[in-house]
Write a new protein. Structure first.
Length: 75
C-alpha cells in the first residue's frame, strides 16, 4: 500500500503533480498513484487552452514519486 494520499504534492522527473487517486481507486493499479500535473501534456505541447478538454491523469508506480514542495496559499 502506498504512503501517498489524495491531495499530496509530489515530484516526478522534476515536475510537480498532485495525487488524485491511490491504489484501490477505480483505474489505479496496485502499487500506483494517479497524478495530475495541472494540464494535459499534449495541450502544453500544442498551446491549447487546458480548459478545452478533460484533465489527463497519469498512473505511475508510487515508488517513483518523491515528496513535493509545500504549496503557497494565496487569496
Amino acid at each position: 500500500m502506498t504512503l501517498w494520499r489524495r491531495g499530496d504534492f509530489v515530484e516526478l522527473n522534476g515536475r510537480v503533480a498532485v495525487v488524485v487517486g491511490v491504489e484501490g481507486d477505480p483505474d489505479v493499479p496496485e502499487e500506483h498513484v494517479a497524478l495530475w500535473f495541472g494540464e494535459a501534456s499534449d495541450q502544453r505541447a500544442t498551446g491549447e487552452d487546458p480548459a478545452a478538454g478533460p484533465p489527463q491523469v497519469w498512473t505511475v508506480p508510487a515508488e517513483y514519486c518523491r515528496p513535493g514542495p509545500r504549496p503557497v496559499y494565496r487569496h
